[in-house]
Each structure stands twice: as structure tokens, then as C-alpha cells.
Design a protein around this ligand. Sequence first.
Ligand code: SAM
Length: 295
Amino acid sequence: MLDKHKPVLLQESIEALDIQDGEIFLDGTLGGGGHSEEVLRRFPTTRIIGLDRDPEAVKRVREKLNIEIRVENFRHLDKVLEELEVRKVDAILLDLGLSSDQLETSGRGFSFLRDEPLDMRMSNEGIKAKDLLNSWDQHAIELVLHGFGEERDSRKIAEEIVRRRGIKPFETTFELVEAVLKVKPRSFRDKIHPATKTFQALRIAVNEELTNLEIGLEKGFKALDANGRFVVISFHSLEDRIVKNFFRDKVGLGLAKRVTSLYSARGNKPITASMEEIDENPRSRSAKLRVIEKI
Ligand SMILES: C[S@@+](CC[C@H](N)C(=O)[O-])C[C@H]1O[C@@H](n2cnc3c(N)ncnc32)[C@H](O)[C@@H]1O
């Protein structure tokens, strides 16, 4: 399988992580291994511990990087560190969401542009997207679309889903796209595909992404040594809000500080991709990087 994923905000992440040779770096979201590879290239004596909940991602990275790797959800990072007898780490990166490999070649139905089985699980665990759509009650589906997709037509889409599954249960992505398009036909005014928010919402629900993030932030911060850096790259507002509030609370409690060299020029705003990077890698368009340093 092609190694397609381009790491986002690579230079900025490396600067924000502020790793020194010989330190311990936890990459909680290995993906294509892009960030870890760069850390290893620049700081060859760093001990890198890499996690990904997707066994296929882990398999690919194992083939190219000689680092310590586990198939694991970062919500269980404490367990991994305990097993490795690592008490504290010096830097943590969570580069959230999906890799291009998952979106484009996994065959698991993450994209509304490909007709694939409606699975959407990053790992092999939990409920598949089609089972959620075929079994949850209408109101629960509406809440998912509204809460995790900020979808304004959540009620009508949930209604259409329940109507259609009564005739034939959902199996594929295009069946879901059709249901959404019935409620929201495509218009030349659309900036995004009408199914974008529905797909985002389902993926977040299936993978419990927001809960994982909240737990991962708490456990990660606990595992961080004094002066250690926590860097998170998020791709939508729900995630970014969680990260922003978590970091603000730690700073407010005097447990962490903002990283002034990175932030002084930008006020308290997250770091975003340059026009050059967006041109080269459109996926970076919505990326927001935040960093704090533990005291
Ligand atoms: C955007 S990619 C990371 C890309 C990577 N930084 C690179 O440059 O190649 C996100 C990865 O995080 C993984 N992931 C998402 N949520 C996770 C979680 N809770 N625990 C572990 N891995 C997770 C996904 O499976 C995916 O491979």
C-alpha cells in the first residue's frame, strides 16, 4: 500500500515539541509515522514510543521506523507507559483525526466520495457506522448528527435514515450519501459536500473521538515531566475547543505555561498552516496546533 500521508504542520510541531537528544517522545497518533520520522531524523538518540489504534497504520510504520510501537488507543497511554516502565515523558504529540491512508485506501467507508462498506472504525473494535445507523433510534441519530457534526438538518436527515433502513438496512457509504442528498440536494452555492457533516459526526461517534481526546489529554498531561511539551493538532472546532479549554485550565491553575516564543507573534491563537502548505497539502487547511509546557 502506498505511503501517502503528508505530515501536517511538520516544522511547527517539531519547534513546539522542543525535543532534545536523549529525551523520551510519545507520539500518540503515529498514522503514517511522518512526525516521528522527522523527530528521529533530527534527534537520533530520542526514545520514541508510538501508538496508533489502527493495526494497519502500525504495520506500515513498523516496516519503516525502528521505534517502540504499540497498537493502542491513546486513552490507554498510561497502561503502555507502565508496561514499558517509563515514568515520565518529555514531549507528547496528538495529531488527531484520520490519515490520508485511512481516508483514501483503507476501504472502511470514511469518505463520501468512495462507495465502500459503511464501517468507519479506525480500529477493529466497537460498533460499525452501518450498525449504528441501522439500530439506534431516530432521536439518538439526530443527536449524533447535531452534536458531532453541527448539522443543521439533523432532524430531517435522521428521519430519512430511519425511513430508508425500514426498506433496506444501510450497507454502503453511497446509500448514506443518497439519504443525505434527498434532504439536502447539491447546490452550486455549497462550499462543502452536503454529506460532509453527517460523515464527520458518524466517524466521531463510532470512534468515540471526543471522549478519547478528553481522557488522552488528562493522562498525557499526567505523564509529562516538568518542562515537557504537549502538542495537539486538531481538525475541527469540537476538538479544538476541548484542547483550548484543557490547556487554558492548566495554565489558569499554574500547572502549565504558554510557549511564548511560538505564541508571542500570534497572541493566544492556535498555529495554522501557511498558504504554501495549504497549496501543497489541502488537508492542512483546517489544522490548528496548540502547545503548552508543563511547569
Ligand atoms: C492524522 S493521522 C496522524 C499522522 C501522523 N502524525 C503522520 O504525520 O504520519 C491520525 C492517526 O491517529 C490515529 N488515531 C486517532 N485517534 C486515536 C486514538 N484515540 N488513539 C490512537 N490513535 C488514534 C488514527 O488511526 C490515525 O492513524
